[in-house]
Design a protein around this ligand. Sequence first.
Ligand code: FAD
Ligand code: AMP
Length: 475
Amino acid sequence: MATENFDVIVIGAGPAGYHAAIRAAQLGLKTACIDAALGKDGKPALGGTCLRVGCIPSKALLDSSRQYWNLTHLFGEHGITASNPAIDIGTMIGRKDKIVKQFTGGIAMLFKANKVTPYYGFGQLQPGNVVTVKQHDGTTVELKGTNVVLAAGSDSIELPFAKFDGKTIVDNVGALDFTEVPKRLGVIGAGVIGLELGSVWKRLGAEVTILEALPDFLAAADAEVAKTAAREFKKQGLDIRLGAKVSKADVKKNEVVLTYTDAKGEQTITVDKLLVSVGRRAATKGLLADGTGVKLDQRGMIEVDEHCHTGVDGVWAIGDCVRGPMLAHKGFEEGIAVAELIAGLPGHVNLDTIPWVIYTEPEIAWVGKTEEQLKAEGTPYKAGSFPFAALGRAVAMAEPAGFVKVIAHAETDRILGMHLVGVNVSELVHEGVLAMEFSGSADDLARICHAHPTLSEAVHDAAMAVSKRAIHKAN
Ligand code: FAD
Ligand code: AMP
């Protein structure tokens, strides 16, 4: 078998992999990128989980369902009424599929424009930086790279008692493709995916019950943010049951009987569809042949140092298959950093300033540490917050729920975190990211002019509230 040589071979064309490949090619390196995934049409589809069955399709459905929810629940407040509002699920899913096709096709075009050579098939790292690719046509090709970047991403975790059948018990892939609104949707896991996809189908009329084993709601978020979000979700009719550990899922005809245990003992509920969203695991199965020297940790993640290097000469790993948050933009940054390091440039990712966003209504976002984390580690801090209910723009938009909280060091005033819940906070959180990257203080943010009336003013007032000088609320 003839072997083709590359400067960089990337396995996986998700957010992490396609960023690494494009940036490497921009830097003049001869680059190949291998991806095994097929789209709904059975043809190769680049872009990974994010573009095919993650970030982009979920946001498309969140947007469609939000328009419908606003029409049926919010527009009345503006004096707008419509008789017989209806949503055609086929059209909604078709719109989502079109967006997915546009963006997955876009990656193929970007590869062409940047001279990245795509290989469509399953890649396996062999010892000596050789990669074999089992292509979809049954043939195998062999590539050799001065550098190999592993960007295999992640897959849904399956519960042993609730195997995915793609129809009744589904993961994100199935829940993004229901052909009708389920009457009763059960969700196991109140994490990001469960909340976002649960919200989609709730807004369209499903009775949604989310069962979460942990006693605290969104334990990773700021406690006040989590409390506000839980209150708003309850108002919307999302039934979130905490401390509810599911142990059984019996499929009977077209129903699933779920058994869970909570403080009151064993309970059952019956649903028509079940979404299992209990986390994701690194997709490293079959990725590494024997003898590569690349190590996996106990959870199957590829072990890397702070520069995403595996310890094996020329072998790097990035994105969901390594430590750190499983977020597309974390993979973007690692992909770029690794390509730049390979090219001899200084590449770096600051895992402490990765923003988190949950695209529910209200949206939830944060960067940096929570009050709970700072208390636990004994760091002295001061916090200032500002509610959207006191903000002209938010009230004018009929979106008064939520607040912005800025946390700064008690002595230096350096910003340690920003926590937000409310309308469009997925955009506002970047003020916190920027301020933290520039080692900014709450006073810096408070002295920066923010346009009026905007939602960003909540950030400004929260920063002023840190030193008890907010203008639009009592301090
Ligand atoms: P992936 O996107 O998983 O891509 C890996 C690619 O590699 C896949 O195409 C896979 O087929 C391919 N591959 C794997 N192994 C091989 C192999 N051996 N040979 C060839 N190809 C291989 N994150 C956000 O930041 N924002 C969001 O709003 C968001 N929403 C999400 C919604 C849902 C429903 C889900 C499931 C995830 C969401 N995420 C979101 C997470 C985000 O999708 C992931 O963090 C991101 O896709 C990880 O990128 P990656 O490149 O590491 O891996
Ligand atoms: P995330 O990892 O953010 O997607 O969240 C997954 C959630 O699923 C976590 O909060 C887990 O506690 C929860 N979970 C995992 N297994 C179960 C189970 N058997 N029953 C209920 N919740 C579960």
